[in-house]
Design a protein around this ligand. Structure first.
Ligand SMILES: [Zn+2]
Length: 493
């Protein structure tokens, strides 16, 4: 859902008209929405009510064009077909949205010019801008509160596309996996690409009949027609666009139900036999690790769990909702699975409000790696904290320089975001005690389930639950450009 920033952008656009400036500003500042018909310019009291353009971004300072204003994305119905021979993707996305203002035009995020755009079945005027925005003008403006079906169709070669220095398409002649963070959606479907605008998804993938198609949520159907197969997956819990994925390839599949929760895992058959077998053994631990997390964190937030191991040379694992995607992994493999499954609560269900909040995702996921070791015969997490602190405090000034609560867009995946994030959480656990810490964890995921939240909200909840003032603690661990002092107040004694 668009954040407060889009209101500010909206004010700028409205005041740029230079008419009835004070009235418009007063209107917005008073929080009174224009509510008259979209075709009316002035209402009975003389106020401007003409529909206006939606903002081109959701207001995230790191990537200002990500997401869009003026509407709330509600459901994506995505049909894609991939041609391994040519690398071409055919994409037809039908997005159900609800206008949050009287809307003359609005944007969707996509890296290729589409071939056609329709709104409620009627062809709409559109233009492709900035390599990332499809600017759509429906034949009739949308009224605030009105729902519309927006259909965007096109055919392009995703490997040729890039955005913000990222070239994210990952495919060879036998397998394709659409995964990345913070951006992936605009390579394969038109969307409002920011975590604040979550929606439900139906994803239908067409490919050769001799390969499997895997995506988020639950498998609905697979139909084979000659040499082609169409596979449909459904996500009924709200999902951020970057967490939507699809994979096409030859996979070994295992599935089942544990504690009422369906699980579905896939391992690429392109991997050598030994690697394939060890990957499948690891993936089969997914339901048990999910269950372990449920016991600590609270109810699982989605309709299924699982994982997929690709043969493609992706240099990272990603917490795709319900089904993380992994590269072939080495000795730290179990910790990585714990990390990505912890993200289902921390990052996926409770998503960032702005990308600067990323330490809440990576810090929690990394903390659970350490905590898993503590509860499975390894050293206590506090021992890990003090030894990691000891090593980094003396030798690594760069490790402490970044403000991990606002690391800058090029640093959101830097080591301090993960490691200092996890250290801060263990230090908090030590500072406020076991009872308050786990109450905080469970209250955090329950309160913000399916939504978004940031650092200020986390600090406020930690203070409320523990009864401890934690301003200095969070400044020391997140933002100060030096190691926190080795004090009891910083959770180090
Ligand atoms: Zn992570």
């Amino acid at each position: 859902m668009p954040g407060p920033w889009s209101t500010v952008v909206d004010v700028k656009k409205r005041t740029a008209r230079g008419v009835l400036l004070s009235t418009v500003c007063g209107l917005v500042l008073a929080g009174v929405p224009a509510s008259v018909g979209a075709s009316t310019d002035v209402d009975a009291s003389g106020q401007i009510t003409a529909p206006s353009a939606g903002a081109s971004g959701a207001g995230d300072p790191y990537w200002p064009l990500d997401g869009n204003g003026g509407f709330d994305a509600q459901h994506y119905d995505i049909d894609v077909a991939y041609d391994f021979a040519t690398g071409e993707l055919t994409s037809v996305t039908t997005l159900r949205l609800r206008a949050t203002q009287d809307l003359s035009r609005f944007n969707l995020d996509l890296l290729a010019a589409p071939d056609s755009v329709e709104v409620d079945g009627v062809p709409a005027a559109y233009r492709f801008e900035s390599g990332h925005e499809v600017v759509i003008t429906p034949a009739t403006p949308l009224r605030r509160g009105e729902s519309a079906q927006v259909r965007v169709a096109g055919r392009w070669t995703p490997a040729e596309l890039s955005y913000a220095g990222e070239s994210n398409w990952l495919a060879d002649g036998r397998e394709v996996v659409a995964i990345n963070q913070p951006h992936m959606a605009p390579w394969w479907f038109a969307s409002s690409d920011h975590p604040t605008d979550k929606a439900t998804f139906d994803i239908e993938i067409e490919g050769p009949a001799d390969v499997q198609a895997v995506s988020n949520g639950l498998l609905v159907s697979r139909t084979v027609d000659g040499e082609r197969a169409t596979t449909q997956w459904r996500t009924t819990s709200p999902m951020a666009t970057y967490l939507a994925f699809f994979a096409l390839g030859r996979y070994e599949i295992a599935r089942g139900i544990r504690r009422g929760l369906p699980w579905y895992v896939a391992v690429s058959r392109e991997l050598p036999t030994a690697a394939r077998e060890s990957s499948m053994r690891l993936m089969r631990r997914t339901p048990a690790i999910t269950s372990w997390l449920i016991d600590r964190v609270g109810p699982y937030p989605f309709e299924s769990t699982g994982g997929l191991v690709t043969s493609l040379g992706v240099g990272f694992a990603l917490e795709n909702q319900t089904r993380p995607v992994y590269p072939l992994m080495g000795s730290d493999a179990l910790a990585t699975v714990v990390h990505e499954l912890a993200h289902q609560w921390f990052g996926d269900s409770v998503a960032v409000h702005r990308w600067r909040d990323i330490w809440l995702n990576e810090g929690f996921a990394s903390f659970f790696e350490v905590y898993y070791r503590e509860t499975h015969g390894g050293p206590p997490a506090q021992q890990w904290l003090t030894s990691t602190y000891g090593a980094a405090a003396n030798h690594a000034p760069a490790f402490w320089r970044i403000d991990i609560a606002d690391p800058g867009r090029d640093q959101i995946f830097s080591t301090p975001v993960y490691q200092r994030g996890a250290m801060a959480l263990q230090a908090l656990r030590h500072r406020i005690g076991e009872r308050a810490f786990w109450r905080l964890v469970r209250t955090w995921v329950a309160t913000h389930r399916g939504g978004n939240a940031g650092t200020a909200q986390f600090r406020a909840m930690a203070e409320r639950i523990s009864g401890v003032q934690l301003g200095a603690f969070f400044r020391a661990w997140l933002s100060a450009p030096r190691p926190p002092a080795r004090t009891r107040a910083n959770g180090l004694r």
